[in-house]
Design a protein around this ligand. Structure first.
Ligand code: ADP
Ligand code: ZN
Length: 763
């Protein structure tokens, strides 16, 4: 009987397609193949093979590609991802299957040069300098040689043409050198040592009775390297940790520690343990926290920088990292959320740093949460997952409290350093001067701080100069033409910009509505406006504004973060990108300019998010030798979030917040999903939303709310309506959604329905 292969194609298609397997070709599940699709050829992955008499009527597979097959765990992850998020299975596959593209093939070859021994035809001074450097016979890169000799590249090229230098193609530089788990082991504090022992004990199966010698957590001096490597066996669920331990289920562990407690050093030890066992480690970070500072810190501990993976890594390098990871040669990857889909051959640990970060949720295409998918991948591979945070998400905290996750706590800062003292500035009584945004008490504190030679950080989570521009004559407010958003003035760019779609226009000189000249007024502050105020107040102090939208991109940002870390500036003004994970040892004062932003949004996580952000940003203070303090400008010091921040009673805040969530049946005590209907015309979007609602037929334990106009009612010219599904925890949300969509109205014309399971954004 002919063989039929079910081929999953990495496009927005839900199911696999059947193709005939031509005689002479044997296919197995996971193989990457070329197939005809309509008039063209495309690539797919074998998802199943069966014998069927109908086989002869099908179009045949063109052939198998010479690339490593998609492994069992990754196929399982793709299936799981599609099932959970309701994304088309092909879209989920696309994330795990990034094939080499044309651009990747054409990477420039590095050329190495060395002296050939033949004298140059024209021995100019510059040429002789080059030959003097090259005289040692060592192969150098062309530009390295030019640089060392202090001449331009053309001099080197001339010598190659001349025959005085011989040139050959060099082997590509390795994408990552092997990290040395014992390169520089910092002495751990007692609390850290204890945490490491607990962590490593949890990560590994208990030794057989009587074999206390081999037990890592009983080794008093933390020298795990003395142990024999643990033999491993293959099982269906991936690799188990040791012979005879097939029943060991690797746990998910919450590593909770206040800012500056030394969590990084603790999970580095777990990573080192994993590397010593010859297994691979993945450290996930929110993209923005993936800084040079972190990579250097890794290099200090492990001797080399790790392989990195994020959206900015392109072409050939991506392919080489993928290949190195698949071959098990790359031991540690530090990456943003998409690193979860790398084809690790023998994954031994996943660390999710700053696990509470909303940035882990992908908000377009496949709506997945990288933290949750990390836990899933850990289950599939039977490898431990460590979730690290100073301010864990409510979801993770509840999982830890209920025993689904293990829990390790570092209650104090490393080195006896104190957490900053936090005080409120009540903006109702301690008002800034007219037209300014920094209260006198905060100005005084900044003055004191910089006078003492320390650094101050002023935090405002708003890019640009002013969030709203209006005409004083007619009251006209400048709005985006594609979105229901106010245009934000960016004074450095001399433009009004939409933060939703990027639309920008020149800031007009006269009102575009009533024509009054020079009468536009900025309302409210953004970081650029604070910078203006600080410049006026402290003209002779060095100031840096850190905002993700400044020209110069990631390079400049990295350089400026470095400057701040080294103490090369007095006052830092920044958006939330300064709040995350950075270590600024000279920083002793943090001023929060508007602690109330975000408290009033309709998001069920508004309180949690604000608390986390404020804890993180105030936690930047006092991480060095000197103690730190924070001043928080607020109009509502008695709000539970602000009160908890001031008292430092995080435990109480979380307890109350968890109780409130439970009472309201919100995650993690109930489930949520959002359906976002969009269309080019408002009525069309609304009508489709209403038709969906009519088809919802919610059973017991399910509530369907809406359609309601989305808070961002218009984005990029598309009108948006939202439906919210709220269910009890025991309900199979995915099955319900699937059935509902199936019996719901057909999607016609330009209507789109996005499904967002476990929504993090409610805009
Ligand atoms: P967290 O991630 O918990 O905020 P970090 O791991 O960044 O904390 O540590 C805070 C600071 O303490 C860093 O400057 C780090 O270098 C330092 N530190 C932590 N552990 C040690 C240690 N065992 N020895 C020396 N310095 C340490
Ligand atoms: Zn817009």
């Amino acid at each position: 009987m002919p063989s039929v292969a079910e081929i999953l194609i990495p496009l927005a298609l839900d199911s696999a397609y059947s193709y005939a397997v031509p005689a002479g070709l044997t296919l197995t599940v996971g193989d990457v193949v070329q197939i005809p699709l309509g008039p063209r050829e495309t690539v797919g992955v074998v998802w199943g093979v069966r014998q069927s008499p109908s086989g002869s009527n099908l179009r045949p597979v063109t052939g198998r590609l010479d690339v490593p097959p998609l492994s069992g765990p990754l196929r399982e992850l793709v299936d799981w991802l599609a099932r959970y998020t309701l994304a088309p299975k092909g879209s989920a596959l696309a994330m795990a299957l990034r094939l080499p593209d044309e651009a990747a093939q054409s990477e420039t070859v590095r050329i190495g040069v060395r002296a050939s021994g033949k004298p140059p035809a024209r021995p100019t001074a510059a040429r002789l300098k080059v030959l003097a450097v090259a005289a040692d016979g060592i192969m150098r890169g062309k530009s390295a040689l030019a640089k060392e000799a202090g001449v331009s590249l053309s001099v080197v090229d001339g010598l190659i043409d001349d025959g005085a230098l011989e040139a050959t193609a060099l082997a590509p530089e390795p994408v990552a050198l092997p990290p040395d788990p014992d390169h520089a082991r910092v002495p751990l504090s007692e609390a850290q040592g204890e945490a490491v022992r607990e962590l490593i004990a949890m990560m590994n199966p208990a030794p057989p009775p009587g074999d206390e010698h081999g037990s890592p957590h009983l080794t008093p001096n933390l020298s795990f390297q003395e142990r024999e490597p643990v033999p491993t066996v293959e099982t269906r669920r991936g690799l188990t940790m040791g012979v005879g331990d097939e029943t060991f289920r690797a746990p998910t562990i919450l590593l909770e520690g206040v800012t500056g407690s030394g969590k990084t050093e603790v999970y580095f030890e777990a990573v080192a343990d994993c590397v010593r066992r010859g297994r691979q480690a993945l450290i996930l970070m929110p993209e923005i926290a993936l800084t040079a500072q972190f990579l250097d810190r890794f290099a200090e501990r492990f001797g080399v920088r790790p392989a990195t993976w994020h959206s900015g890594i392109g072409g050939k390098r991506r392919e080489r990292i993928r290949a190195g990871v698949a071959a098990g040669e790359i031991a540690v990857v530090v990456g943003a959320r998409s690193a979860l889909f790398l084809p690790f051959a023998k994954l031994g640990i996943v660390v999710v740093d700053e696990e509470h970060e909303a940035a882990y949720k992908q908000e377009d295409g496949v709506h997945y949460h990288a933290r949750d998918m990390a836990v899933v991948r850990g289950r599939i591979e039977n490898c431990p997952v460590v979730l690290a945070s100073a301010t864990p998400s409510i979801e993770t905290r509840v999982n830890a409290e209920r025993g689904r996750y293990r829990h390790i706590v570092l209650p104090e800062r490393f080195g006896g350093r104190r957490l900053p003292d936090i005080a409120a500035i009540d903006m109702r009584s301690d008002k800034p001067e007219r037209g300014s945004f920094i209260a006198p008490a905060l100005i005084a504190a900044v003055r004191e701080t910089v006078a003492a030679g320390d650094q101050a950080l002023l935090f405002l989570n708003r890019r640009g100069y002013a969030p709203l521009t209006l005409c004083r004559a007619c009251g006209h407010r400048y709005q985006c033409r594609n979105c229901s958003t106010w245009l934000v003035e960016h004074r450095f760019r001399k433009a009004l910009v939409c933060h939703q779609c990027g639309y920008a226009e020149r800031r007009p000189d006269s009102c575009s509505e009533c024509g009054t000249f020079d009468n536009l007024t900025p309302c409210g502050p953004g970081v650029e406006r604070i910078a203006e105020e600080v410049t006026a107040l402290f003209p002779d102090k060095r100031m840096i504004v850190l905002s993700s939208d400044f020209p110069g991109g990631a390079e400049r940002l990295r350089a400026e973060l470095q400057t701040v870390a080294e103490g090369g500036c007095d006052i830092v003004i920044g958006t939330q990108l300064v709040a995350k994970g950075h270590n600024f040892p000279h920083l002793t004062l943090v001023g929060v300019l508007d602690a109330d932003i975000g408290l009033t949004s309709g998001d069920p996580r508004a309180a949690e998010r604000t608390f986390q952000l404020l804890q993180q940003v105030t936690g930047r203070a006092g991480r060095g030798e000197k103690p730190g303090r924070a001043l928080v400008q607020t109009f509502q010091p008695e709000h539970p979030v602000i009160a908890a921040l001031l008292s430092g009673d995080a435990a109480r805040f979380y307890e109350e917040e968890i109780a409130a969530r439970e009472a309201a049946g919100l995650p993690p005590f109930g489930r949520l999903a959002a359906l976002i209907v969009s269309a080019n015309e408002r009525e069309v979007a609304e009508a489709h939303g209403q038709a969906l609602a009519r088809a919802s037929e919610p059973p017991d334990g399910v509530m369907v709310l809406g359609p309601a106009e989305a808070p961002l009612a218009l984005i990029r010219g598309r009108y948006r309506f939202r439906l919210l599904v709220k269910t009890e925890r025991s309900v199979d949300l995915q099955s319900y959604l699937r059935d509902w969509i199936a019996r719901g109205p057909k999607v016609r014309g330009n209507v789109k329905v996005a499904i967002d399971v476990d929504p993090q954004s409610f805009l």
